[in-house]
Design a protein around this ligand. Structure first.
Ligand code: GLN
Length: 308
């Protein structure tokens, strides 16, 4: 454990001095206000206290990492029927791409690209009012992280709403095929709020513990999903969690991971730990540049990999 703490500190120190930190997302104006110097790492072992370095206790916008939570929630609600609405294949396209939707009758490639996540949110909306669905997602995330202090950043949600034409187009397009069933504005109202959930690296690492521990959160003792479902969610994170950068992430880091344009990444080390990193500067695919580098270095030092 002391060794792990030392590695985390060393990696944080080494990467903090890097000149190229990537580009902070600016297509959501509220995200562009975040300093590219922010950098946090948290490691939550399945059987020990959380280890942190840097800005690990500062909240940031989790953005697409929320897609992991809504997928888990929707699977809990309708089980494998979800796969009638969303596919399970890597897209090889940008997170907000529309091209494959037409070829595939409005069925999104996977639940981790925007189109897929919007379809999943439509499922969660069920017969509820958007406010109730937002409340349900937030309660679920608090339950997973075992932390009731987690909240939604309203300014980020409003900023997304005001610049959400692309997502609106995806929702309308899917609705024309019957994949999205509620009015597009309602589905996106929920989607923008889930993306605007603000969490710290520590909270994120804690929220992923069930995926590192066969579906059971070791900190609370709650069974969140079955062991098989935990494995399958991890498989989806590995193949689809980084959009058109998923192959490179698997190659360099070798762990299931989910990124967001807020600069966060959540990575799962089955049976061992969860790692959450945050550095707002992104690479060309919209994944955290330093965050990925930090995970690559930590995986190398610890020998953590799902590939043996
Ligand atoms: N809210 C963002 C969007 O819909 C999420 C994208 C991301 O994190 N990759 O564009």
């Amino acid at each position: 454990m002391d060794e792990l703490k030392q590695w985390v500190n060393e990696i944080h120190l080494e990467l903090s001095t890097r000149a190229d930190k990537g580009r902070v997302a600016d297509y959501i104006p509220q995200l562009a206000k975040v300093s590219s110097d922010k950098f946090g790492i948290a490691v939550a072992p399945v059987n020990g206290p959380v280890i942190t370095a840097g800005d690990a206790d500062e909240s940031f916008s989790i953005q697409s990492i929320s897609k992991l939570f809504t997928l888990t929630l929707a699977l809990g609600q309708i089980g494998d029927r979800l796969w009638e609405r969303v596919d399970r294949e890597p897209s090889g396209n940008a997170f907000n791409s529309i091209v494959q939707l037409e070829q595939e009758q409005g069925k999104p490639r996977n639940p981790f690209v925007n189109a897929g996540a919007i379809a999943v949110t439509d499922v969660i909306l069920g017969g509820h009012r958007p406010k109730e669905a937002i409340g349900e997602i937030l309660r679920f995330v608090r339950f997973l992280a075992n932390d009731d202090a987690i909240n939604i950043d309203r300014l980020v949600a409003e900023s997304e709403q005001a610049h959400g034409d692309r997502n609106m187009a995806l929702a309308h397009f899917m609705r024309s095929f019957g994949v999205v069933r509620h009015p597009a504005a309602e589905v996106l109202g929920v989607y923008f709020h889930q993306c605007a959930i603000a969490m710290t690296c520590r909270q994120l690492a804690q929220s992923g513990l069930f995926l590192a521990n066969n579906g059971r959160n070791p900190a609370t003792g709650f069974n969140v999903v079955s062991p098989r479902r935990a494995r399958r969610i991890n498989a989806l994170m590995m193949t689809c969690g980084h959009y058109d950068g998923a192959g490179d992430f698997a190659f360099r880091v070798g762990l299931p991971g989910k990124s967001g344009v807020g600069g966060g990444i959540l990575a799962i080390v089955p049976n061992k730990a969860v790692i959450a990193v945050w550095s707002p500067g992104l690479d060309a695919s919209g994944n955290s540049l330093l965050g990925t580098a930090a995970l690559e270095m930590l995986a190398q030092r610890t020998g953590w990999s799902v590939f043996g």
